[in-house]
Design a protein around this ligand. Structure first.
Ligand SMILES: [Zn+2]
Length: 291
């Protein structure tokens, strides 16, 4: 069992757990769907990344604040054989699933929400309030979400997967759900920041205490090549152009400020800084002790 990565932001104690990973194959067109495969492969290889598969780590942040134990996203859960590690990882750190008081969802894709439910339906975190942006909820609960601005426009089976599974999860957790305003502040330590494009209600999450902050960028970076080519985007971006603009703005701001950031899908624990490199931006991860 992986020991969580532990650090502090002001008075807050933060831990990053792993729910395992998810593999999408092949890497192109999952990354850079409108680019030439050879060009994407070349950039992947230059970063020593495989081209046959896009491996997405599932990094789950836990924020301890007074009597609240707050998770940011819940992982993919048992939807894949390589995921679903979160409840046991929490338990091994002395944190039973029943003690989680809140879960803040960055968006509703099942690699962030599937871990809320056991395969046969019951809630994994039965005592948690689940916070989700109202915009995101409304988007997935409408009759026919609009895929016309997404690479998914040519993939009806994948569309059906999303429009079936996400409302199913949201309906099941509805009694726990608390729908949030776009810039909601929770418990004086967490702030939602709209980051639309990947999904319409996709939100970054800022953790703050005193002068210190951590900016959790959620799904703005599915692979390190997007730091060099923010415009390449990702197959699941619902509004592809808007997602690229949001990604570019985030990278500019993070590099200018030098602030600590976190990302859900880069290699665990996904905590580090964005800097400027020869080609676009660079990811400078923290290195957990002993890793
Ligand atoms: Zn994701």
């Amino acid at each position: 069992m992986q020991t969580p990565f532990t650090f502090r932001v002001g008075h807050l104690e933060l831990m990053v757990f792993s729910d395992g990973h998810q593999s999408l194959s092949p890497a192109h067109p999952m990354i850079g769907p409108y680019e030439q495969p050879s060009q994407v492969h070349h950039s992947l290889r230059a970063l020593l990344l495989p081209t046959d598969v896009l491996q997405l780590d599932l990094n789950i942040l836990l924020v301890r604040h007074q009597d609240r134990l707050i998770l940011i996203d819940a992982g993919l859960g048992q939807e894949d054989t390589t995921s679903g590690l979160l409840p046991a990882s929490l338990a091994a750190a002395g944190i039973p699933a029943t003690s989680i008081t809140d879960i803040v969802l960055t968006h509703a894709h099942s690699d962030h929400t599937g871990g809320l439910l056991h395969p046969d339906g019951p809630l994994v975190f039965p005592n948690a309030i689940v916070h989700l942006s109202q915009t995101e909820y409304d988007h997935w609960m409408q009759d026919q979400p609009d895929f016309s601005a997404s690479p998914l426009n040519i993939a009806p089976t994948m569309q059906t997967g999303l429009t079936t599974r996400i409302p199913q999860i949201l309906r099941t957790i509805r009694p726990q759900l608390r729908l949030a305003a776009p810039r909601a502040t929770l418990y004086d330590c967490i702030r939602l920041i709209p980051a639309p494009g990947h999904t319409s209600g996709h939100s970054m999450v800022e953790i703050f205490s005193g002068e210190e902050t951590l900016l959790h960028s959620a799904d703005l970076l599915h692979a390190a090549v997007l730091l060099q080519h923010p415009e390449w985007g990702m197959f699941y971006d619902m509004d592809f152009e808007q997602a690229a603009q949001t990604r570019e703005s985030f990278l500019q701001e993070a590099a200018n400020s030098g602030r600590m950031t976190m990302t859900y899908h880069l290699p665990w624990p996904g905590v580090g800084k964005i800097t400027r490199g020869d080609k676009g931006f660079k990811w400078e991860p923290v290195t957990p002790c002993g890793k």
